[in-house]
Design a protein around this ligand. Sequence first.
Ligand SMILES: [Zn+2]
Length: 253
Amino acid sequence: MFSPSLGKLTSYKDGDLVIAVCKEKVLFPFKNIEKHLDMQVMDIGIYNGKRVVCLNLPHLEEGVSIRALFAEAELEVAHIAALASHLAWWRATYKHCPICAKPLKEHDLERCLRCEECGENFYPVICPAVIVLVVKDEKILLAHNTRFPSGRYSLIAGFVEAGENLEDAVRRELMEELGIKVKNLRYLESQPWPFPNSLMIAFAAQWESGELKPDGLEIEQAAWYAYNDKLPDLPPPGSVARRLIDGFITQHR
Ligand SMILES: [Zn+2]
C-alpha cells in the first residue's frame, strides 16, 4: 500500500526504498545508492511501511520506460513511478520564482513551492490532454500522426488550451485535424501521463458529420476501422489509447 507525501528534498537513510528516475526511465528499487549519497533525494511517500525516495539521475543505464511499467507493473508501482517522474521534472524545472527570480522554498504543509518575496505558491504543473474514441457505424477512427513511428495509428489526442473545457478541446482537435464534428461525448477514464507532466482524459464520441480530411500537419492519414478489420500497428499496451482500442474490440467481438 502506498501513501504519497509532500515531495520534500531530503537525504537518503538506511532502509529507504529508492526509485531512480531519468527522464522517461525508472528503476525501482534502485540498489546502487552508495555511489550517489552526496545527492539529495525527494521524499515520495510510504510504500508497504517503508519510505520511498526519488533519486533524479542524468544517466540511468538500467531501468525501464514508464510506459512499459504502465503495461506490466502492479498499479501501485506504476503510480509511484508516475509520481516520482512528474515531481522530479517539476523540482528540476521550478527552482526560481517565475515573477521575481528569487529561489523558491518548500512549503511546510502543502506539496508546493513558495516565493517568500512575492508570497506566491507554485504547485506541480499538470497539463491536461484529451484523447477520444470516435465511433461511426460500429467503426473507430484511427489516425497516423506525423510524430508516430512509420505505420503506427492511434486515437486523436491533444492538449487542452487556456479557457477551454475538456469537451471543447475534443471537438476542436477533431475539427482542426480531421474536419469532422462529433456528438454524445462521454467521459471514459483518465491516467497520469508523466511525459513529463500531462494528465490524459479519455472520452468516447459519436461521429456526427464531415468527411475525414487529415490536416497534413499533425495528421497524415486517418480511416475508420471495424473490430474485425486487419488493424495497423497500434500504440503499445499501457497507454490509454491502447486500452480504449482494445476495449472497443473486446466489446464488439
Ligand atoms: Zn517571487
